[in-house]
Design a protein around this ligand. Sequence first.
Ligand code: BES
Ligand code: MN
Ligand code: ZN
Length: 499
Amino acid sequence: MKFEVKTGDISKFKCDAIVVNLFQGVAKPGGATVAVDAALGGAISGLIKTGEFKGKPGEVHVLHTLGKIPARLVAVAGLGKKEDFKADSVRNVMAEVIRSLARHNCDSAATILHGTGAGGLSAETSAEAIAEGTMLGGYKFKKHFTKKDNGHDVDNVTLLDKDASNLRAVKRGTGTGRIIAESTMLARDMVNEPGNHMTPTHMADIAKKVAEECGLDILVMDRKQMEKEAMGALLGVAQGTSQPPKFIVLTYKGNPASKDMVGFIGKGLTFDSGGISLKPQEFMSDMKGDMSGGAAVIAAIRAVAKLGLKINVTAIVPATENLPGGRALKPGDVLKASNGKTIEVVNTDAEGRLILSDALSYAVKKGFSPLIDLATLTGACHVALGDQYAGVFSNNQALADKVVKAGTEAGENLWQLPLPDEYKEMNKSDIADIKNSGGRYGGAITAALFLQEFAGVKPWLHMDIAGPFMAEKDKGVLVKGATGFGTRTLIRLAINLSK
Ligand code: BES
Ligand code: MN
Ligand code: ZN
């Protein structure tokens, strides 16, 4: 997608489609939409009068201009009620607009800076949201089709502002939005990629490419090195597959004067069959996406580096498959994690917490703080919160508040769940320090409590993204399939922490 930033009057701009907007509940168009409405003989005000268009969030109406202005089409974008309006309204409606214009065979579009008037957004924030929403909404995973699809893609978008003094800010915003969207799409690509392609080795190769592209330090440990580190829990999960496991560590030092290092840790299960505690066949194929947390942390550190943020971040991804077989982990086995704690494996399908126990122990040993882990960890979290909220758990309320706020700003919904000491007894084992499943009830919580045992005493937060890692249909910035969930929250958090 190519973005251009220009000054001028949108009603006179020549391209396939121009994009203007309306707030919900207004009687007449405002801002730059007024001139377009006038040029079209009041066609937009007419839509409001007849109730054909209400300006609801994400609503899009496409009008044919029939030569009244140079553009062939006008897309009217609904911004929702003024009091509910935020940057995310712009992202989501631009995503809808871009899919709609593609269906109308458009190659080029121009848009005004939504929400900069009555909406109260700065030109930079609006431009960022436009770029991000446009790119994410137009995302497609086409790699494995052998036939070229004949569908259109809008690949030229011009951001038009009347005010020349805003141009630099608009360019900066567009650049930021592009980096955020490209990184999120990298995460989506990784998650959409089937398990036979997205092996731990392939994940490590992508991490290497990101490291090269962004000048990051990279360490990829193989089975031997994991043995040296005594990562018995990760190795236990990995013993059932012939795919070599990888322990991926990417480091970005944007603030060399500081010793602080934030740790982003992501579950990298490139396929989770459940192991000997085999999953039912329905939806098992979704488990190619069980590396969504790992994809998000690799994607996020890419953006952090591209944005040149003044912060130090290390992304850690324990990557393996979880398969049944002659060498596989068995229910009842006992493993020893690298911090010395023993774990009774009562269910081989609760493998995420096993590999994360070694990743968290590694981050603790390195002294990283705060630690933030992302994982498609429990079906229970999906059941509790549905597919539009991730669960967050933390031993530090200030950190939880920061992450939830970053999520809200980024357009990702997070909901904090409790970490009650009283539930720890559900994870008690008769023969080891802890067991890897606390049973059905409160399953997301007991999983988080398990992780807490390996997270140490410094601020730590766990995000269970089992609900939102996939989308069932196109909606706003989400496109059916992988969402890249968590990437944008981590980027926004890093931006906020770096200030
Ligand atoms: N990867 C799954 C969790 C999951 C399920 C993510 C559905 C996304 C969608 C995880 O490894 C798992 O199998 N968890 C078990 C834990 C249980 C055995 C304690 C679960 O949720 O059933
Ligand atoms: Mn599992
Ligand atoms: Zn899993």
